[in-house]
Design a protein. Structure first.
Length: 130
């Protein structure tokens, strides 16, 4: 049976901590999704566009104790997200002065840890008179 068209999407390549990636893979498997689709739906929810979530019905705080997690050296993920989500991730990353890749890694780590994203503050040089 054919799948419905996902619409125009853009990929965001990212490197995750091996433990975080392993948990994301296990969570995706629990929901019978690819890790790419799980992260894409998680990002859509995170940036306030639940209308663009395709498959993940309820992203909840993961219960790590119930997961079978196999940690490997692989750190790569490459979710393909709807273009509006891509643009919102780009804006959120820019507002935090980090790359989109780092933003995706932080969202995934926060999801695995069951916490909010840390607040990034850009350092501002202190101007003094001599």
């Amino acid at each position: 049976m054919s799948q419905r068209h996902k619409g125009p999407r853009k990929q965001i390549a990212s490197l995750l901590d091996p433990w975080v990636r392993a948990v994301m893979v296990a969570l995706a498997e629990r929901h019978t999704l690819s890790v790419s689709q799980y992260i894409a739906d998680l990002l859509a929810t995170h940036v306030g566009r639940p209308d663009l979530v395709r498959d993940l019905q309820q992203p909840t705080i993961p219960y790590i104790d119930e997961l079978r997690v196999n940690v490997h050296k692989d750190r790569n993920v490459g979710p393909r997200v709807p273009i509006p989500v891509y643009e919102l991730v780009a804006a959120a990353a820019a507002s935090r002065a980090i790359s989109m890749s780092q933003y995706v890694a932080e969202v995934c780590a926060a999801h695995v840890d069951g916490r909010e994203l840390p607040i990034h503050q850009q350092e501002v040089p202190l101007l003094t008179t001599a």
